[in-house]
Design a protein around this ligand. Sequence first.
Ligand SMILES: C[S@@+](CC[C@H](N)C(=O)[O-])C[C@H]1O[C@@H](n2cnc3c(N)ncnc32)[C@H](O)[C@@H]1O
Length: 263
Amino acid sequence: MNDRNEILNKFYNEICDEDTRLDSKHAQLEFLTTDRYVQKYLKPGCRILEVGAGTGKYSLYYAKQGYKVNAIEYVQSNLDVLKSKITNEMDIVAEQGDAVDLSRFADNMFDLVLVLGPLYHLYAEEDIHKCIREAKRVCKKDGIMMFAYLPNDSVMISWALLKGNLKTGYDNKQFDENFEFCSEPSEVFRTFYIDEVEKMMDANGIKKITNVSTSGVSQHFKNIVDNLSEEEFEIWKNYHFSSCERKEVQGYSTHLLYIGRKM
Ligand SMILES: C[S@@+](CC[C@H](N)C(=O)[O-])C[C@H]1O[C@@H](n2cnc3c(N)ncnc32)[C@H](O)[C@@H]1O
């Protein structure tokens, strides 16, 4: 077992309950926002690939809407949960696989390629570029690719400040003198700066459409957001939707989404 395999299996089997991750009010925003952007590009007959499908929140949702979906997931236990929820009316194939090697798929197969997870957990530059190139290869010309990623400064808030890790993080050199996180497998998550992601996509010939904050700062304030009344949550959600493409709000958002087109 390599490092990544061991670390991801341990994290998703023992620490993170992926299947309930998006259930709370504060976390729902990530799903609602991502879906808002996905819906802009869906047309009848679209073929969708989700890489890093987890327990299937997105893949099953789009399969239920009648789209033909392929789902690839690295961790077997997450894939098992996804598969257990497939129903007869869904046109979906879910398989174990790695975002860095999509060779089971031919070139130019999908209208929409969702990579909502792998960039959280790929550490080597070479693997990150392979993941981007593979998503692009299997995407049709003029097709859409969406890559979720974690911004560096948000982890400074969520993990270092709010979880009380400032001193241990500093002492253990988990971030450097510029407060950039050390993105190694032992840290489980890989963080990015927005410019860094845009340059990587550019270098791989992907044309940027937009960059979106999918979860905003709601996770940092989860106790407050989860206790909002339905009416207050509606206002907060609409504020989030209206501000999520603004650079000002993005670096402290817990999840970002790069959206690009294959030219
Ligand atoms: C935080 S979960 C997100 C799941 C789902 N896409 C969503 O957005 O709710 C990240 C998922 O990506 C998977 N993953 C991480 N690296 C991967 C890789 N290299 N190839 C395929 N899946 C990967 C993880 O196992 C995990 O299930």
